[in-house]
Design a protein around this ligand. Structure first.
Ligand SMILES: [Fe+2]
Ligand SMILES: [Fe+2]
Length: 274
């Protein structure tokens, strides 16, 4: 089976290219399951119920979040009631939302999905390694395919999580830095790994924000509003092939879709959306 994880969707440009491309991509790439990190989908920070439903209606099967998960309070009821969205599993137990979800891929294959937050260069939080062990112990015994979104800053931290979970999950894919890394690989135990799948949003930017604003504040320390940029929207994600019987990954590759490609895919594979 084939799973796509879409990297951090940033603001309207990220949502637009994602919803434009997704149905066509499902057909073109023969995808069985699509998961998207939507921690920056609402104006660059957080997620609203409207955007949650918009992404699901566009063809996303499940949603992961990150350090901006709780930026918009109106998402709390969705985090509690819906089972196709997860916040990081290493928040304290009292935090809104669920540690993991079980999605149904094509052919109804169950796929467990969870997110962890890193602790290097990030706010303090519970240990992601122990949280991963706890979630794995809690999963139903029949689950073979497991996708982990490790939302972390440091590449070393991400490599450590990959090795910690190697052979126990199908994929450990990184998010949060908004820059795709060229280290996609299958680890010795059969876990697909990549430090960061990249950003779905405006690439003519500083990780999604207006260059002039970020430069101004960085050079002068004058606060500015870091508006979401608009130029060169691209969808970045990673596709992993998994043997559904063993849960082991057999292939991993990066995916980049720019606006022209998104338009071509939509016209060719899903003309109803055009
Ligand atoms: Fe992000
Ligand atoms: Fe983040």
């Amino acid at each position: 089976m084939r799973i796509l994880l879409i990297g951090d969707i940033v603001g309207k440009p990220g949502r637009h290219i994602c919803t434009r491309a997704i149905r066509g991509l499902r057909a073109k790439e023969n995808l069985d399951l699509v998961v998207a990190n939507a921690e920056n989908a609402a104006g660059g920070s957080g997620l609203t119920p409207e955007i949650y439903h918009e992404l699901l209606e566009a063809g996303v099967d499940g949603i992961t979040l990150g350090d901006h998960a709780f930026r918009r309070r109106e998402i709390f009821p969705i985090l509690q009631s819906e089972r196709r969205i997860v916040r990081a599993a290493n928040y304290p137990a009292a935090a809104p939302g669920h540690d993991f979800c079980i999605l149904r891929a094509r052919q109804q294959t169950p796929v467990a999905v969870f997110t962890l937050l890193g602790r290097v260069f990030m706010p303090p939080i519970d240990c992601p390694f122990q949280a991963a062990d706890r979630v794995l112990a809690a999963l139903p015994a029949d689950i073979r395919v497991i996708l982990v979104d490790f939302h972390a800053e440091a590449t070393s931290d991400k490599q450590l999580m990959g090795r910690h979970l190697d052979g126990r999950v199908s994929a450990v894919l990184g998010t949060h830095t908004h820059v795709a890394t060229a280290d996609e690989q299958i680890l010795p135990g059969g876990t697909a790994f990549q430090c960061d799948v990249g950003m779905t949003g405006p690439h003519d930017s500083i990780i999604g924000r207006r260059i002039d604003r970020v430069l101004e504040t960085t050079r002068t320390f004058r606060p500015t509003h870091f508006e979401v940029a608009t130029g060169d929207p691209r969808l970045h994600g990673t596709i992993v092939d998994v043997n559904p019987q063993t849960g082991r990954a057999t292939a991993i590759r990066r995916l980049v879709v720019d606006q022209a490609e998104a338009d071509r895919i939509a016209v060719k594979y899903h003309p109803q959306t055009v």
